[in-house]
Design a protein around this ligand. Structure first.
Ligand SMILES: Cc1cc2nc3c(=O)[nH]c(=O)nc-3n(C[C@H](O)[C@H](O)[C@H](O)COP(=O)(O)OP(=O)(O)OC[C@H]3O[C@@H](n4cnc5c(N)ncnc54)[C@H](O)[C@@H]3O)c2cc1C
Length: 319
């Protein structure tokens, strides 16, 4: 997201309502729209419920040079305590359809729903989606994966609205998917990022009861291995080649280490949980502390998997 000068949020909000028919709110606190439960307000906030509204709102913002950010389920981000300047668009475009062995879902469909919908349709391949508390759009952005599967393995194509406003169906080979990475993470500086509108998956027929048993297994695994009852953004760091970030963090004795309300999970060292109404600054300070201790002791520079979004001007802030 780019930042620009202040704008008249009241006037822009009424313009959006009049032209696109989408309601907006001002100074909307964002913490509740993220799984980490931190983050200050958006200058202007809107929820879209279909691809038409999503496309129109993004085009509206781009045409006016209004900084904007599309939010899926907020499960891979830490939003600044100072909030987000410009317009935040929460994507709740949740249409989906099954055609033969193919499943197409709009970007706002939760991955867990994609997993259960395809199970009911007797299609296997998207079970790993149950482990991902994000949206289809966010999962393409991240090439999300779990349980030895990822988006790249089942995607056929995505309908993409590019930074110039053109729309096209892009085959998976051109989406730049690799380990937790995609072309969507690499917009040129100050250029509007490409946006996923929907995604199509190629799955295989299978007995729904067998797929359901696999979903139950994944559910149990997550409950045992992840701190699901507490706010978090999943894995904070990418796994270095051939190594586990969690193992490195555990090895330097940082499990349970706390800054303010943020603590390195006792259950999974690569998770930071927000157990005492922590701030985004607590989470970021702790994440940076973990990174520097691991670098010092292991000589490995961990890379962030979570994204720090919004107004982090002047970071690091005085404690
Ligand atoms: C408890 C927990 C467990 C997790 N486990 C896993 C796991 O096993 N594997 C895994 O890979 N991840 C995991 N995650 C991380 C996260 O769920 C995934 O990265 C998910 O794909 C993020 O999707 P989202 O909708 O929440 O994206 P958000 O967090 O809302 O957004 C992340 C980024 O994606 C961009 N974005 C959102 N929608 C679109 C779109 N339509 N087009 C383009 N860009 C878009 C946003 O602008 C933002 O930059 C976990 C998270 C939690 C909290």
């Amino acid at each position: 997201m780019t930042t620009t000068a202040a704008f008249d949020a009241i006037a822009v909000g009424s313009d959006i309502q009049r032209r696109i028919g989408v309601k907006t709110s001002r100074d909307e606190p964002l913490a509740r729209f993220t799984t980490m439960r931190v983050g200050g307000p958006a200058d202007l906030f809107a929820t879209v419920h279909n691809v038409f509204e999503l496309r129109s709102l993004v085009r509206f913002a781009r045409a006016r040079g209004l900084p904007h950010l599309v939010l899926g389920r907020g499960s891979d981000i830490v939003i600044s305590d100072h909030g987000v300047r410009g317009l935040v668009i929460q994507d709740r475009a949740e249409g989906s359809r099954v055609e033969g062995d193919r499943y197409t879902a709009e970007a706002g469909v939760p991955m867990a729903r994609a997993a259960t919908e395809t199970q009911k349709a007797g299609l296997t391949g998207l079970e790993f989606g149950l482990a991902i508390p994000g949206s289809v759009g966010g999962a393409v952005w991240a090439n999300a994966g779990a349980h030895d599967a990822d988006m790249a393995g089942v995607l056929v194509s995505a309908r993409v609205l590019d930074g110039q406003g053109a729309e096209a169906i892009i085959p998976v080979a051109d989406l730049g998917l690799s380990y937790r990475d995609s072309r969507f993470k690499h917009a040129a500086p100050d250029a509007p990022p490409d946006l996923v509108l929907d995604a199509t998956f190629e799955l295989s027929p299978a007995d729904p009861d067998v797929i359901k048993a696999r979903l139950d297994e994944i559910r149990r695994w997550r409950q045992t291995h992840q701190p699901l009852g507490l706010p978090s953004a999943g894995s904070v760091f990418r796994n270095p080649e051939g190594e586990s970030a969690g193992r490195l963090i555990e090895d330097v004795g940082l499990k349970g280490h706390r800054i303010g309300g943020a603590v390195v999970s006792e259950k999974h060292a690569n998770f930071i949980v927000n157990d005492k109404k922590g701030t985004a600054a607590d989470v970021r300070r702790l994440a940076e502390h973990v990174r520097s201790v691991v670098a010092e002791r292991h000589g490995t520079e961990l890379a962030f998997e979570v994204e720090f979004l919004g107004d982090w001007d002047g970071w690091p802030w005085p404690a």
